[in-house]
Design a protein around this ligand. Structure first.
Ligand SMILES: [Zn+2]
Length: 284
């Protein structure tokens, strides 16, 4: 995509930016689930047991891929994203099984259904430990989506489940670029939009306006921005917080960890937001 011709007069530029942002986020949106109930369950990806492993890595069991697709790269890219998350928020729980990976070409029927009009799209079902990706491997967005879904899986491997939506999506988005945590260059229009709309990357106005259950493009943008800030400014503190959430061990200062379920998610979100806003407006 070419974003260089967006600016003419101001209103039109704003409208264009919204459209570009929207379409970029739709393409990169990752794990949004389609409305059809049939596709909300792991059975959507087929009877997992009927697909023996084609090839496996430490954390991934590749169960299905189209002819001619690079098996090795699929595993390497997924592992790399998981390494990034584990390097930040690990250690991993012991006894974690491999995630079953199903891959579809953009133009085969399952691929068309899964993409749902986007260039590439993926889903991750924590309960079934299954992820499915559809798209064209010649398009970098396909690999973004693969790494994004693998990062969702890695969070669970670290025992961090039932996250606030923005933290789950924000973390997955941070690690969708090859290698370590970074800002995906294909997310740049989003960063520009945030900086222009909210004035730099001060977070108070972003979080104030954030609706955790919203899954629209702006929600992804805010999730990414807030999580990036956690990573850059509060890397260790957030890791301690997340481990406390994962393992229910006390904080270093002796306070107890978070309870399971909805209350725990809300308490975790409150602590995380406090951490974020503590560093808000600082230049680092
Ligand atoms: Zn996601």
């Amino acid at each position: 995509m070419n974003f260089s011709n967006e600016r003419t007069e101001k209103n039109r530029a704003n409208a264009t930016r919204r459209r570009v942002l929207g379409s970029t986020l739709l393409l990169l949106g990752g794990c949004r689930l389609p409305a059809s109930p049939a596709r909300r369950s792991p059975e959507w990806a087929g009877d997992v047991a009927a697909f023996p492993a084609v090839r496996e890595s430490a954390r991934v069991s590749l169960r299905r891929l189209p002819n001619g697709m690079d098996e090795e790269r699929l595993l390497v890219e997924a592992e790399r994203a998981m390494d990034g998350v584990v390097g930040w928020l690990g250690p991993e729980r012991s006894g974690e099984g491999r995630v079953c990976l199903f891959v579809y070409r953009a133009d085969e029927p399952e691929g068309v259904r899964l993409r749902n009009g986007r260039a590439a799209r993926g889903v991750f079902f924590p309960d079934g430990n299954v992820m499915a990706i559809a798209g064209d491997p010649g398009d970098e967005r396909f690999w973004d989506v693969l790494r994004h879904e693998a990062a969702h899986r890695a969070l669970r491997r670290c025992g961090i489940e039932q996250l606030p939506f923005w933290l789950d999506e924000g973390t997955a988005t941070l690690f969708e670029t090859a290698g370590a945590c970074s800002a995906n260059p294909r997310r740049r229009p989003m960063a520009r939009h945030l900086a222009e709309r909210f004035g730099g990357l001060r977070l108070a106005p972003i979080l104030t306006k954030f609706r955790p259950r919203s899954r629209d493009g702006a929600a992804y943008a805010k999730a990414w921005s807030a999580t990036l800030t956690l990573y850059l400014r509060h890397r260790r503190e957030f890791a301690d917080l997340a481990r406390s959430k994962a393992t229910l061990v006390p904080f270093p200062d002796g306070r107890l960890g978070f309870p399971a379920g909805k209350d725990g998610v809300e308490a975790f979100e409150e602590e995380t937001t406090r951490l974020l806003l503590a560093g808000d407006g600082e230049e680092k």
